[in-house]
Design a protein around this ligand. Structure first.
Ligand code: PA5
Length: 463
C-alpha cells in the first residue's frame, strides 16, 4: 500500500527543454550531497521526524479521552489557524465521508460533528453558534505559541459564552493543545483547569500534524490515528535512504529545485479526488511558509521559494488547465491520483444514438476521473509543461500518513538545497506586529510611529 512518485514527465527526454535532464541533476551533486548529509546530521533537531515512533502513550491517552467524552458532545470544534488548523482539516476531509456532518450520528460511527473555525470573520463564528449548541460541544483550542490573536480571540469569545450558559462546568467544554511550558495558553489551562494535550516544543506549527494538534481532532472523527502514524513510519523508511533515485521525497525536492533555478517558480498541486483537496491546502502552507525566504543561511538576499498553487482535478480542468497548458513555462504541476476509490458508480447506458454522450454509457465515474487525469497529464506533456504524478493506492489512514510525511521531508530537504531555514517564518511577523501596533498594544509604540509615518494614501488613486 505504498504511494509512488512518477517523474517521467519532468525529464527533458519526455517534456523537452523546459524539463530537467540527468545532466542538470548531476550538475548539482555537491548541493545534493550536502543536503543529504544535513538531513542525517540534523535529524536530532527535526523532532517531527520521530513522531511516528514516540507517541504510543499519547495515542492511548487521546483514544481514552475521546471514548470518555464523545457521547457527551454533538460537535467537536477546532479553534486554530495555519499549522494548527490545516492539518486537522486535511485529515478529516480525506478520511471521512464528504457530507460527514449531515450524516446521522450512527453513520458517523457515533462520533460528533466536526467544525474548524480558522478565521476571525465575525459572520463565520456567529453562524457557527447558530448551527451548533455550544453546551453540547467541545472546543479544541490549538495554539502552540498560545499567543496567536486569531485563535485566542475565538477562545475568549467562546469561554465567555460557555461560562454565561454553564458557569463552572464551562471548563469541561474546552480542551487545549499547546506547548507544555511556554505561552499564555498553558498558563491559562493550568489556572482554569482545562484538559490539555501538548505540542512538543521542538516541533514547529506546520510540522505538527502528527502531534496531538492533528491526532486529537482526527480521533474525535473516528480516524485510526495509530494507522496514520504507521503510514508516516513506512514513509520515513523510504525517505531516509541517501540515494535520491530511491528516495521519493529527495527526488521531488531536487526536481523542484532545478526547475526553480530555471525560472519555474510555481508549484501546482492538483489532486484528482475531492477527498485530497485539503491536502493541497495543507501542503501550500507547509511549502510557502517553509521555503519563502528572503535570506539564506549566510545572510545573503536570495528571495527563495516557488509559489504553491492549489487546484482540483477534474474541476479545474474547466478553469485553470488552459493556463497550465498554454500559459508561461513557469509551473511544475504535481498531479495527485488515487488508484482505487472507496466507491464505484457506473454511468447508465443512455443516449446511445448520440455519439458525444453514448460513449459514456457503461463506464464508471472512477474510470472517467482517472482517464481525465491521464488525459491532462498528456496535454501537459504535449505542451512541454513539466509534470509529475503521485499515486495513492487508496485514500486511507496509512496512505495519508505517508503523504503527509513525504511532503514534510520534501519540504525540509528543499530547505537544505536552497540553504535557507525552513523552520522559521520571519515574514509573517511584520503583519502581526503591525496589527499589534494598530491596536496600541504596549511594547509596540515604535512600530506605531513607523506605521504612522508611512506615505498617506492619495484620493487620486482611489476610484
Ligand atoms: O507553521 C507555523 O508555525 C504557523 O503556521 C503556525 O502554525 C500558525 O501561525 C499558528 O500558530 P500557533 O499554533 O502558535 O497559534
Amino acid at each position: 500500500m505504498k504511494i509512488t512518485l512518477d517523474y517521467n514527465n519532468v525529464m527533458t527526454e519526455f517534456v523537452g527543454k523546459h524539463g530537467v535532464s540527468p545532466a542538470d541533476i548531476a550538475s548539482i551533486k555537491p548541493q545534493i550531497d550536502r543536503a543529504v548529509s544535513a538531513m542525517k546530521t540534523k535529524r536530532d533537531t527535526m523532532a517531527w521526524r520521530e513522531l511516528p515512533y514516540n507517541q504510543e502513550e499519547i495515542v492511548n491517552d487521546i483514544i481514552s479521552y475521546v471514548n470518555l467524552i464523545k457521547d457527551e458532545i454533538d460537535a467537536f470544534v477546532v479553534l486554530g489557524i495555519g499549522g494548527s488548523a490545516l492539518g486537522p482539516m486535511a485529515v478529516q476531509q480525506s478520511i471521512n465521508h464528504p457530507y460527514y456532518n449531515e450524516l446521522p450520528r450512527e453513520k458517523r460511527g457515533g462520533y460528533p460533528k466536526f467544525y474548524v473555525a480558522d478565521n476571525v470573520d465575525p459572520e463565520r463564528l456567529i453562524y457557527l453558534f447558530q448551527t451548533i449548541d455550544p453546551t453540547r460541544s467541545l472546543f479544541n483550542v490549538i495554539s502552540k505559541s498560545g499567543s496567536t490573536s486569531e485563535t485566542m480571540s475565538q477562545f475568549m469569545i467562546i469561554k465567555e459564552l460557555l461560562e454565561k450558559k454553564l458557569g463552572a462546568a464551562a471548563k469541561d467544554h474546552i480542551v487545549c493543545t499547546t506547548d507544555s511550558e511556554k505561552g499564555n495558553l498553558i498558563k491559562i489551562s493550568k489556572e482554569e483547569g482545562y484538559k490539555t494535550f501538548f505540542v512538543p516544543s521542538a516541533v514547529g506549527g506546520r510540522f505538527s500534524e502528527l502531534t496531538p494538534v492533528g491526532l486529537l481532532p482526527a480521533a474525535f472523527c473516528g480516524v485510526d490515528i495509530a494507522e496514520l502514524l504507521k503510514g508516516a513510519a513506512a514513509m520515513d523508511a523510504l525517505c531516509s535512504v541517501d540515494d535520491i533515485e530511491k528516495n521519493p521525497a529527495y527526488m521531488y525536492s531536487v526536481l523542484h529545485y532545478i526547475a526553480f533555478n530555471k525560472g519555474i517558480n510555481i508549484s501546482v498541486m492538483m489532486p484528482y479526488a475531492d477527498s485530497l483537496k485539503y491536502i493541497s491546502d495543507w501542503y501550500a502552507q507547509l511549502w510557502a511558509e517553509s521555503l519563502g525566504k528572503k535570506f539564506d543561511r549566510e545572510g545573503k538576499e536570495v528571495y527563495a521559494g516557488s509559489t504553491p498553487v492549489k487546484a482540483l482535478g477534474v474541476t479545474d480542468q474547466h478553469s485553470q488547465v488552459q493556463l497550465y497548458t498554454e500559459g508561461p513555462f513557469d509551473k511544475l504541476i504535481v498531479l495527485l491520483g488515487v488508484e482505487k476509490f472507496r466507491e464505484t458508480i457506473t454511468i447508465p447506458k443512455l443516449y446511445s444514438d448520440l455519439p458525444s454522450l453514448g460513449f459514456l454509457g457503461g463506464i464508471t465515474q472512477n474510470q472517467l476521473i482517472q482517464t481525465e487525469m491521464l488525459a491532462t497529464e498528456y496535454a501537459l506533456l504535449r505542451s512541454g509543461k513539466p509534470n509529475m504524478m503521485i499515486t495513492l493506492p487508496e485514500v486511507n489512514e496509512n496512505t495519508i500518513g505517508q503523504i503527509l510525511y513525504f511532503l514534510e521531508v520534501a519540504t525540509a530537504f528543499s530547505g537544505e538545497l536552497l540553504n535557507i531555514n525552513a523552520f522559521d517564518q520571519p515574514g509573517v511577523e511584520e503583519g502581526k506586529n503591525a496589527t499589534y501596533a494598530m491596536f496600541g498594544r504596549p511594547g509596540y509604540e515604535e512600530k506605531k510611529e513607523e506605521l504612522d509615518s508611512r506615505p498617506k494614501k492619495q484620493n487620486k488613486y482611489i476610484i
